[in-house]
Design a binder for this molecule. Structure first.
Ligand SMILES: [Zn+2]
Length: 1065
């Protein structure tokens, strides 16, 4: 290495050459380490100085210069400061001069270009080269198609592309008209390089355009020179040519970048529904943007199918203020206010006088029950244990004899899944179901003969599929007839949908108050649904599908001949808008949780859809729920939801939307199915200005695109982001549950926590076991049971949280011996829907005030955030009477991750993670917060410990989890997140039946099967597992009573192999 330093001292050619030779040899056999060592010792400077000295002599000696350039190129790649060093030593100028002198001398020129390429890798030196005329020089070298001097042309094009990364160079290129020149060069090479021998030259030319397109003026020049058309046609029909991959990806990026930005096709960016909040001024509607308003943006969005799906948590959001972490703030309201919650905790004062009646009375009660006493639907197969009505009748219940159905489902007991067979594009899941045979529903039950009472041909799908809630309110010309049809239909309702009653649903729906005053009900919510007969695996994404979709989007601009662009549905305009042709789909969304705002028919079978923003807000579009009808069977329809907001989605990783066919339901298969293929989620060209503090910022939108082939002609189908669960469904469910329990055994009480802003009541449910008698002992035991508090659905778009809650509720009132133990040992306080208004009005995130209610827990207001105010009040009350819950958990849905997991709170973990300098040794913290997730990790098939986190973030300071932990001192305070998508770990990771089939048929490696998409049963099972985990948590605690331990052990011994080690204390 000493050689390099003798370079500067050497003046005779021979010794310089020898040194260069030795260095070249050393570096070519050496590793990066050797080069970096040389750089650290000033090697770059020495080489550059030698270059400058040699080049400045009267007649430069190319015998020295050429090996020197080769060395520079090699060293320059490894030296991050190489450009800067070259600039300081004036090596840029001499290299440019040499290049100009050698325009016709290929060898010398090529060497100069290599050096320029490394100089240009720094933006500052790149800009300097631009000022000194490097681009003009390069344009002299880059010629139209030729088979000569192609190494030189390639090097020149690559240098040019590197130079254009600098904005000042790009601006210069635009001003000098290089955009048109580059497009001409691209076209020429593109057409004449038929053998694809010079892909790298073509790629470099395209890269030049791509960089220029980062400037607004660059995009304008590109459009003016018909760049869109030129690039579009050069990629058309070549999208899947592997050899052209490096070219096509740049073409697509450039087309996306240059596609003219435009505001969303909406009259206003605020919600179509407005609700006036008492005492507040409606926010100023943000105005739409024109291209003029857009700053130059350089978002380098690669056109690859994004593969890093986990977003990194930000450490700087962690709370590091120990005071905030460990101090307990005072009450946020006058103490006397807490007394109002006594009325919601009647269990603490009730004397149960009616219990004096003699045992045996409940026989009569049993016979009057119409609701079947189901457990959570079994998820593995319809045949798996669940108690028949006989087994579960109350008289026979003896927990040491009855096999609990839940325990047979714990994680280690599970092995195989029975998924639907893998579907190719164009096939739909209903075809699999139909193979079960018409007239047999998924559980094998005979379907009532609907055809007999209502001929299929005579079905008036429009009338049936979105029925009026109340006929007397109807404006329909044939109200009586409608009523008759619906009535007749309900008579044929198959009564095998557990805990569902359409008559009750209709009655409840009439009292549900919506901002838009919905008059109709969505058929699936009214009729009910059953889980699909088999689990659905994740959708395998075909490589390059996103590229094809984006290309199709660009084609609207280039080849508009088949573009229809006609609004066919809109909440903002009177409807029907125009005469819609008979082959056009019809849309509707004016029903509970529905939120489609506008549908535009783009091409014959392609529709752009816009969903409504949250009421009184101009954001949060992600949830969707709407009805579509008038389709033809078995033909593909493409739907694009073009105003999604989140930057990424599980739709890119195997998730499908859910679809419900009304005709299928009438044929005895009322099922939400994961459907759709060619699913992608990507940033589109729509922009909106949003007011933020200190000016305006630009908001981007994303397209969710999917293709659906419907199972029937002239059907009505419902499409949703996730299995819908309306507020009315909750009220119906709670009443059916209440009716199903034997009040002598199950204490089930519904209270109204409060009224919402929208005038709906927010239910509070209390579940425990009725005391055996009203003896003092029994009453004492009853009142001393510890509390467990569970809440859900503060975020209306997270319907998965409601399905988990539904599973928990059904399990808690069930005759399962575990459930019975839970009731006998705890009092459950459950608020199943913290944001009823949001759910009703089709919001994704907020309340009617346009606020995220899970950011209001620090200081909620009784008027503006009543459900949060009173949920917090109830928890305060419990705490004030010394009855803080053992566990608090708020159920949520997670849009970016798979599986189910918990977020908890730990001071120490937060400080450690933040690398805080505060010592933690003096801090006392019970590590019990990790026990519950650990139990769930072992029990619940869908749960994974690996996604759990116990960090307290500043941005989450006002969430239920953090406030209940800090203000009520509940150390086991959690958020439980369930994926919208499904599972990629545990028993649901690989569907064995599927894996072996695929292995056999395609010799496909098993690990490409990503797992299972959640159905409602898996979510409900999760709710039941959560309850079971509360029992096991108690068994592990020191305060666990001897009696409970004995009884639980007897019960759990039945499945000892599966559970014994959970019980080790
Ligand atoms: Zn949430």
């Amino acid at each position: 290495m000493v050689h390099v330093f003798s370079l500067q001292r050497s003046s005779d050619k021979e010794s310089i050459l020898t040194i260069l030779q030795v260095l070249g040899d050393l570096l070519s056999v050496g590793t990066d380490r050797r080069i970096r060592y040389m750089i650290s010792k000033g090697g770059s400077e020495a080489l550059l100085q030698t270059l400058v000295d040699t080049a400045r002599s009267a007649s430069p000696d190319y015998d020295v210069l050429l090996p020197l350039f080769r060395l520079l190129a090699k060293v320059g790649l490894r030296d991050k400061k190489f450009g800067q060093k070259a600039l300081e030593l004036e090596a840029l100028d001499v290299t440019l001069i040499l290049a100009r002198k050698n325009l016709s001398h290929s060898q010398n020129l090529l060497h100069c270009l290599w050096a320029l390429r490394v100089f240009a890798s720094s933006v500052t030196t790149g800009a300097m080269l631009g000022i000194n005329g490097a681009m003009e020089l390069l344009f002299k070298v880059i010629t139209p198609y030729t088979q000569k001097r192609t190494r030189i042309i390639r090097a020149a094009a690559e240098v040019l592309a590197a130079l254009l990364e600098s904005k000042s160079n790009s601006r210069r290129a635009v001003n000098r008209g290089y955009v048109a020149g580059l497009l001409r060069l691209h076209l020429d090479w593109h057409h004449r390089d038929t053998a694809n021998a010079y892909v790298r030259i073509r790629r470099a030319l395209l890269l030049c355009l791509r960089h220029i397109a980062n400037l607004r003026s660059g995009r304008e020049a590109f459009l003016a020179a018909r760049g869109m058309e030129i690039l579009f046609s050069s990629a058309q029909n070549r999208l899947d040519d592997k050899r052209l991959e490096p070219i096509i990806s740049i073409v697509i990026q450039t087309l996306r970048q240059c596609y003219p930005r435009s505001p969303l096709p909406l009259v206003t960016s605020s919600s179509a529904y407005a609700f006036s909040i008492p005492g507040s001024i409606p926010p100023e509607p943000p105005c739409a943007l024109t291209e003029e308003d857009f700053e130059d943006d350089a978002d380098e969005e690669a056109d690859k199918d994004s593969d890093s799906e986990d977003t990194k948590e930000q450490d700087d959001d962690l709370e590091t203020d120990v005071n905030k972490l460990s101090s307990r703030p005072g009450l946020d309201r006058p103490e006397e206010e807490l007394r109002q919650y006594e009325a919601m905790c009647l269990e603490l004062s009730c004397s149960f006088e009616e219990l004096e009646s003699k045992p045996g009375d409940n026989l009569n009660f049993e016979e009057t029950q119409d609701a079947e006493h189901y457990h959570i639907p079994p998820v593995t197969s319809p045949k798996q244990h669940y108690l028949t009505k006989d087994q579960s009748s109350w008289g026979q219940e003896r927990e040491d004899m009855v096999q609990t159905s839940l325990l047979s489902m714990v994680k280690m007991g599970r092995s195989t899944m029975h998924p639907a067979s893998k579907r190719g594009p164009g096939m739909n899941a209903y075809q699999n179901m139909q193979s079960n045979g018409l007239g047999i529903d998924s559980s094998g039950t005979e379907v009532p003969d609907i055809q007999a009472s209502l001929k299929q041909d005579a079905w008036d799908i429009d009338m049936i599929s979105c029925p009026m809630m109340s006929v007397s309110l109807s404006n329909s010309a044939r109200p009586t007839e409608t009523a008759e049809v619906i009535d007749k239909l309900l008579q044929t309702h198959p009564k095998h949908i557990p805990f569902h009653d359409p008559h009750l649903y209709m009655a409840k729906a009439r009292r549900t108050r919506s901002v838009a005053d919905f008059k109709r009900m969505a058929f699936p919510d009214l009729w009910g649904h059953r889980p699909p007969p088999s689990a659905q695996s994740m959708l395998e994404r075909k490589c390059g599908v996103q590229r094809i979709k984006i290309f199709e989007d660009v084609r609207r601009l280039i080849q508009p001949s088949d573009v229809i662009n006609k609004v066919v549905f809109s909440l903002d305009e009177p409807w029907p808008l125009q005469d819609t042709p008979s082959d056009c789909l019809r849309f509707s969304s004016k029903f509970e949780s529905g939120n489609l705002r506008k549908a535009i028919r783009v091409r014959e079978r392609e529709y752009d859809l816009l969903v409504n923003t949250d009421v009184n807000s101009s954001q949060h579009q992600q949830w969707f729920y709407f009805q579509v009808s008038g389709m033809r069977a078995a033909v593909p329809y493409r739907f694009n939801i073009i105003n999604c907001e989140k930057p990424n989605s599980q739709f890119n990783y195997g998730m499908q939307p859910t679809v419900y066919s009304v005709k299928e339901a009438l044929l005895g298969r009322p099922t939400w199915i994961r459907m759709g293929y060619e699913i992608c989620y990507y940033k589109n060209h729509y922009r909106q200005r949003t007011a933020v503090t200190g000016g305006a910022s630009e908001k981007c939108f994303y397209t969710l695109t999917f293709v659906v082939t419907f199972p029937h002609n002239e059907d009505a189908c419902y499409l949703a982001y996730h299995y819908p669960y309306t507020y009315t469904a909750l009220l119906t469910h709670l009443d059916t549950l209440e009716r199903s329990v034997n009040p002598k055994q199950v204490y089930f009480r519904q209270d109204v926590l409060c009224q919402t802003l929208g005038g709906n009541s927010c239910p509070l449910v209390t579940i425990t076991a009725t005391p055996e008698s009203n003896s003092a002992d029994h009453l004492e035991q009853f009142r001393q049971r510890p509390y467990q508090v569970i809440t859900a659905r503060v975020h209306p778009g997270e319907s998965n949280a409601s399905w988990v809650m539904k599973g928990a509720l059904e399990f808690l009132v069930s005759s399962d011996p575990v459930a019975r133990l839970l009731r006998e040992n705890f009092i459950f306080k459950i608020i199943p829907m913290l944001n009823p208004d949001g759910v009703i009005n089709g919001n994704h995130r907020c309340s009617l005030k346009g606020e995220d209610l899970n950011r209001q827990w620090l200081s909620p207001s009784a008027c503006l955030q009543p459900t949060i105010y009173h949920a917090k009040g109830l928890l305060y009350y419990l705490s004030s009477v010394g009855r803080s819950p053992r566990v608090f958990c708020d159920f949520h849905g997670h849009s970016q991750k798979k599986n189910v997991f918990l977020y908890g709170c730990s001071i120490k973990e937060t400080l450690w993670q933040a690398e805080s300098s505060v010592g933690t040794s003096h801090l006392l913290e019970d590590i019990g917060y990790r026990t519950l997730p650990k139990i769930l990790d072992k029990l619940a098939p869908a749960f994974t410990m690996s996604s759990c986190s116990f960090l307290v973030e500043k941005s989450r300071a006002s969430t239920a989890r953090v406030v209940v932990w800090r203000e009520m001192g509940v150390s086991k305070s959690y958020t439980m997140e369930s994926s919208y998508c499904g599972c990629n770990q545990g028993p649901y990771q690989v569907c064995e039946a599927l894996a072996s089939r695929v292995k056999r048929e395609r010799a496909h490696p098993v690990d490409t099967l990503e797992g299972l998409q959640f159905g409602t049963s898996e979510l409900e099972e999760m709710g039941a597992m959560f309850c079971l985990s509360l029992l096991i948590l108690e068994l592990k605690s020191v305060s666990c009573s001897h009696q409970l331990l004995t009884r639980a052990t007897t019960l759990l011994n039945a499945v000892e192999e599966a559970l014994d080690h959970h019980l080790q204390r």
